[in-house]
Write a protein that binds this ligand. Structure first.
Ligand SMILES: Nc1ncnc2c1ncn2[C@@H]1O[C@H](COP(=O)(O)OP(=O)(O)OP(=O)(O)O)[C@@H](O)[C@H]1O
Ligand code: SF4
Ligand SMILES: [Mg+2]
Length: 335
């Protein structure tokens, strides 16, 4: 009657930390008697992503979203903590070969596709590159055929293969970047603000395309945005980041209907298209503190309407997906 072990999450990030040395140059330090300075960009972040779901990371600028993304795909080594994808550790040196094979299955899409598309290459060559590099299809005719298929899949025309990236609009360039990710037969796509440079209507088209492709190919997404309204339509689960920490992780719908962390509530209050009729809008208050010398205890405490004594002293642990003393002590009920 054994049903076997439950399926392991596709992506597991455990206690990720990343510290940057942001000290002034050596000579300045000596002359000014300045100490070395360190910035904790990511501090103890853990999450799971199940196969086929979209896990979103949201938070204001500088909260550490891109740093997490870069560690997850292996572009940046963590100062501490681990990432494993499909059961393969991204950090363990003993599995370097397996990791190499995993590379193909993970692709990243950036905010500005123009910066990540070689301007001197025609689109056909850009999309064919991963096909050749990973030996996915062989023979020129078959490669050209596959490139045409991929262009059609993302809503472009096979003839577009002959053009250069500058001949396309921002939204079309993002389609090209998506086609290139699919060319590698990617299973896990990390999207860092993929639509924030685009007009709202174009944004919606790209988000729809990404959702269609997800359903068709069972793709898993890590989706990063500072915009909760964008994430709302994409995410299965949402993680809210503040100054390098994950302060709340919830199912997508639940985060909007029952936000728990005071920071999440503040962010939601600032989203204009959420129906909160008859309720005075507070908006996002206060400035993000300097991450080089963050506040003591809960780093959100200078901005928090619910702050109490303990918050200034003790950093709240994550309990049941929320890092907040007030929530964890039952001082506030869910909204
Ligand atoms: N290479 C680096 N060297 C020093 N500090 C860095 C480096 N990369 C990021 N940081 C700092 O780490 C913090 C987190 O940066 P990160 O880019 O991850 O934030 P983000 O949430 O992606 O912000 P945004 O929404 O602006 O893209 C910031 O304070 C940033 O200045
Ligand atoms: S721990 Fe305290 S300061 Fe931090 S969010 Fe909760 S109530 Fe606010
Ligand atoms: Mg970023």
């Amino acid at each position: 009657m054994s049903q076997g072990p439950p399926e392991r999450p596709f992506v597991q990030a455990r206690d990720l930390r990343r510290i940057f040395d942001v000290s002034k140059p050596w000579l300045n330090r000596v002359l000014e008697r300045a100490p070395r300075q360190y910035l904790k960009a990511v501090d103890g972040v853990s999450f799971d992503i199940r196969r086929g779901e979209t896990f979103a990371l949201v938070g204001e600028s500088g909260s550490g979203k891109s740093t997490v993304a870069r560690m997850v795909v292996g572009l940046l080594p963590p100062s501490d903590g681990t990432v494993s994808i499909a059961g393969i550790s991204m950090n363990d040196v003993n599995v370097a070969q397996e990791r190499q094979r995993l590379r193909r299955r993970i692709q990243m899409i950036f905010q500005d596709p123009y910066a990540s598309l070689n301007p001197r290459w025609r689109v056909g060559r850009i999309i064919a590159e991963p096909i050749r590099a990973f030996g996915i299809v062989h023979g020129e005719a078959d490669i050209t055929g596959r490139v045409g298929e991929l262009l059609t899949l993302v809503g472009l025309h096979p003839d577009d293969a002959g053009k250069f990236p500058h001949e396309f609009s921002g939204g079309q360039r993002q389609r090209i970047a998506i086609a290139r990710a699919l060319a590698a037969n990617a299973e896990f796509i990390v999207c860092d603000e993929p639509t924030s440079a685009l007009d709202v209507s174009v944004q919606a088209q790209i988000l729809n395309l990404m959702r269609d492709l997800q359903q068709r190919f069972g793709l898993t997404y890590l989706f990063i945005s500072h915009n909760l309204a964008v994430v709302r339509h994409m995410a299965t689960r949402i993680g809210v980041m503040y100054l390098g920490r994950l302060v709340e992780v919830s199912e997508g719908k639940q985060l909007f209907s029952h936000p728990r962390h005071p920071y999440t509530r503040m962010l939601l209050d600032a989203v204009p298209d959420l129906a909160m009729v008859g309720k005075a809008r507070e908006g996002v208050k206060g400035e993000i503190p300097n991450p080089i010398s963050p506040p003591s205890g809960c780093t959100f405490h200078p901005r928090c309407p619910l702050v109490f004594e303990r918050c200034r002293i003790e950093s709240p642990p994550v309990i049941d997906g929320v890092a907040c003393h007030a929530v964890n002590q039952g001082r506030i009920a869910a909204a």
